[in-house]
Design a protein around this ligand. Structure first.
Ligand SMILES: Cc1cc2nc3c(=O)[nH]c(=O)nc-3n(C[C@H](O)[C@H](O)[C@H](O)COP(=O)(O)O)c2cc1C
Length: 398
């Protein structure tokens, strides 16, 4: 995913430095060319050998070290860099960079970089809240650095408060948002629905389905990485919501209908990946469940058809994609749904194929449009999302 991208990790003197070993390793697994710059003080917290082993590149600490591949290492590295992550950023390093001080390898290289630069402060709460540090962070923002807000929690010094460097997974998301994908959806507004809905039977019980939200969340994530402004309307899901998308949590089909229809008019693309319950228990004279022949019976009523509503109210140029999950006659039934509901695309998902459908990390789908039928191999849900989006963009550009 990051093949051909150069990522600079700039590590300063904080106990959080150890977390960057995970980040360096994860970046390397995505095939990035990772270079770690450390302050001399940072070497008290983690040994450069750790980074050299994980990245396969020399860890740079000393500006005047002559044992380099290039003659002026800080400048050549700065030119190669696609993104810089200064993490953990000590109060000292923040102050130095904000005031143009370049007295070591890290600050000198960062000064020479023209690419996107993230700063992830990590320090004791009192240090973080010190107006001098706050002013320095504002100065960095003024010069185009993006400051990653520290988390609150238990700090290594024993205090509890704001100042904790976020986990490496979050720092990775910032990097991936910046350089993980081509920004071919920049400026587009996309609404994705995901997960199941829950239709209450009584205050304790509900009716739902096996949807986990994985496919819809993967679509939302890839849209975001490709530059779109994403709203994710999600039923109850245990999947971690993607970063940098607006999450609208809902529970019932009615709540999902309201959340989607309220926002639909503003969207360029709507992708309905949620498995909305078609029926909900009907409220009958104070009781939803009735005893019948010794068992329980529920009287059901239809929920609103979100896709049909969106198809009827589609504005010119808006792209509408639905999902179909069938056990039989998958392609014929899906095509019928495409036509009946005025969709531009339907993604047909067989429940009978191994590696497809609910829950797993892979899917096997066929993309159906008015003119085409594109069967996809078994692939991860993120890869499937990428193929669906490629096809949507291809159709929108014609
Ligand atoms: C155990 C320990 C933990 C520290 N943690 C932090 C920290 O999280 N954030 C910070 O700004 N300074 C921290 N410091 C102080 C910095 O290491 C110190 O200000 C140092 O001069 C920073 O140097 P550098 O910015 O060149 O890496 C810590 C010091 C010690 C001894």
């Amino acid at each position: 995913m990051l093949k051909g991208k150069t990522v600079l990790l700039a590590v300063s003197g904080s106990i959080a430095a150890y977390k960057i070993a995970y980040l360096a390793s994860a970046l390397k697994k995505l095939e990035a060319d990772v270079h770690v710059l450390m302050t001399q003080n940072a070497t008290n917290f983690i040994n450069p050998i750790t980074f050299e082993t994980l990245t396969g590149n020399k860890c740079l600490v000393d500006t005047f070290d002559r044992n380099f591949e290039f003659s002026v290492e800080h400048v050549s590295l700065a030119k190669k860099a696609d993104v810089v992550m200064i993490a953990p950023a000590s109060a000292n390093v923040i102050g130095k960079i904000a005031h143009g001080i370049a007295d070591d390898m890290l600050t000198t290289t960062v000064m020479a970089c023209r690419c996107k630069k993230f700063v992830s402060p990590a320090m004791n709460t009192n240090m973080f809240e010190n107006p001098i540090v706050q002013d320095n962070l504002k100065t960095l923002e003024h010069y185009g650095y993006e400051v990653i807000s520290p988390a609150s929690g238990y700090l290594a010094c024993g205090d509890t408060g704001k100042g904790k460097m976020p986990e490496p997974e979050l720092l990775m998301e910032y990097i991936l948002r910046e350089v993980g994908c081509e920004k071919d959806m920049e400026g587009m507004k996309v609404l994705v629905t995901a997960g199941p809905t829950r239709e209450p039977v009584d205050p304790v019980r509900y009716i739902t389905n096996h949807s986990t939200g994985k496919m819809g969340y993967a679509i939302a994530k890839i849209c975001m990485r490709r530059g779109a402004q994403v709203t994710l309307v999600s039923g109850p899901s245990a999947v971690k919501p993607p970063e940098f998308v607006e999450l609208v949590p809902v529970t019932t089909a009615k709540e999902m209908f309201d959340a989607v229809t309220e926002r639909a008019g503003r969207q360029d693309v709507i992708i309905k990946a949620a498995a909305v319950a078609d029926y909900r228990p009907k409220y009958v004279s104070g009781e939803k469940m009735k005893k019948k022949d010794g068992g329980l019976s529920l009287e059901m009523e239809r929920t609103d058809d979100i896709l049909a509503y969106l198809g009827e109210h589609k504005r010119p140029g808006q792209f509408l994609c639905g999902f179909a999950m069938e056990t039989e006659n998958l392609l014929e039934n899906s095509r019928r749904k495409l036509e009946k509901k005025n969709l531009d695309m339907i993604v047909a998902n067989s429940l009978r194929v191994e590696g497809a459908g609910f829950g797993g990390d892979t899917n096997v789908v066929t993309i159906i449009t008015e003119k085409e039928e594109i069967p996809l191999e078994k692939m991860t849900k993120e890869e499937t999302a990428g193929k669906i989006l490629d096809q949507i963009l291809k159709m929108q550009n014609h």
